[in-house]
Design a protein around this ligand. Structure first.
Ligand code: SOE
Length: 387
């Protein structure tokens, strides 16, 4: 597979940097995969986007996404602008015949995500959604153990994504705390990853019931679209936080397994604790992203005198993606989840198949997010197929 895929990318902050790094690294470590050509990066601030283009290695820059998607030297549009921009861009890009790679959560609402999927399908383009944690080799190993039946029948999936970057009440009202721009708070930002991992590892959910809270209801208004390390000014006027700070929910999977989920930005000491545990009739696995190279495994048929969880380092050539990197034991990091993600994207687009996870997975995730919201509003169990 030697063909090139010419990329135009919208957004150049946190995710823009992660995606740019992935495109740059791919040809060096995965030379068999179709090659991403970093044609143009797009952002509204001319100075910011020009300097990002230079720093990240893009051939050119644009300040209007409409101009970007009109360009006939671009095959694929990568959307990592804030969530409220996803729908319009994705639909217009699909109509222009461009393949799509969109950050999570796919859209602000389930209805919007369905429109995006319909537009992509109608245009016959390839589409991918950015659930990058699937691509940690240890997560892929968990998937393999489940798929091969090595954990037996699955009874429990319990997952928690804990962060602490807004615990300070002076932390400003950045876009991620504005429902109009972000759709939701911890739920769509962190919970979405957990929901996708649950779909990937255990399957579809049948019904959910949730609870959520916004602990700090007003915050100093931010002067610009600042990120996770923003600093607030205590004398700045305050505005309303319109998203959840924490959302928890329970689920029953179609398979009969039970699940529990916790997403919060109010867990001091937890910077990026994205964890899950799966318990089955033949064993269990535990994953913690802060130790992302490891999977803790337990098998019931181990000899009694050595039973217990053991740590498997997912850096062996037998583990997904590992043989492209370093000798066993030489670990990898956060950025590698994005590199593996774009390997999937480029392999799929290069060979004409649909990547995974794609907009179908984005819609499925959105349906669970909204089912949980409805269950919170109506204080009842909600079936996902009601959505
Ligand atoms: C911020 O909460 C954030 O960067 C999320 O937006 C990402 O999706 C997650 O991977 C890490 O935390």
């Amino acid at each position: 597979m030697a063909n090139n895929v010419r990329i135009g990318m919208i957004g150049y902050k946190f995710m823009g940097k992660a995606h740019s790094n992935a495109y740059r690294s791919l040809p060096m470590f995965f030379p068999q995969t179709a090659k991403p050509v970093m044609k143009a990066i797009c952002g509204r601030d001319p100075e910011g986007v020009t300097s990002a283009a230079e720093q990240f290695g893009w051939e050119s820059s644009e300040t209007d996404w409409r101009r970007l998607i009109e360009r006939d030297d671009i095959d694929l549009i990568d959307i990592n602008a804030p969530s409220n921009a996803h729908k319009e861009i994705a639909i217009a890009a699909a109509k222009a015949g461009k393949h799509l790679f969109c950050e999570k959560p796919l859209a602000l609402t389930l209805a919007d995500s369905r429109e995006m999927l319909a537009a992509a399908e109608e245009a016959g383009v390839k589409h991918m959604v950015g659930f990058n944690y699937r691509f940690a080799p240890a997560v892929q190993l968990a998937k393999k153990l489940v798929a091969e039946g090595r954990l037996g029948d699955i009874y429990h999936f319990r997952a928690w994504f804990l962060q602490d970057w807004i615990v300070d009440p002076e932390f400003p009202l950045v876009w991620r705390l504005d429902k109009e721009v972000a759709g939701s708070g911890s739920h769509g930002d962190l919970g979405a990853h957990l929901i996708d991992l649950a779909h990937f590892l255990v399957g579809d959910m049948e019904e959910v019931i949730g609870m959520s809270e916004t602990f700090i209801k007003e915050r100093p208004i931010a002067s610009s679209m600042t990120g996770l390390s923003a600093k607030g000014a205590s004398d700045a006027p305050k505005g309303q936080v319109t998203v959840d700070d924490a959302t928890l929910f329970l689920t029953r999977f179609a398979s009969g397994a039970l699940g529990s989920f916790e997403a919060t930005r109010f867990a001091p000491g937890h910077r990026c604790t994205n964890s899950f545990e799966i318990n089955g009739s033949k064993g269990s696995v535990k994953f913690d992203f802060e130790r992302m190279n490891e999977l803790q495994v337990y098998f019931t048929d181990d000899d009694a005198d050595v039973q217990g969880f053991r740590r498997v380092l997912a850096t062996d050539p037998s583990h997904a993606y590992a043989d492209a990197w370093w000798p066993p034991g030489h670990t990898i990091g956060y950025e590698h989840t994005f590199i593996h993600e774009v390997v999937e994207l480029l392999e799929a687009v290069g060979s004409g198949r649909q990547p995974s996870p794609n907009f179908h997975d984005g819609v499925k995730c959105q349906a669970v997010l909204e089912a949980v919201d409805r269950s919170i509003e109506q204080r009842r169990w909600v079936r996902v197929d009601e959505m």
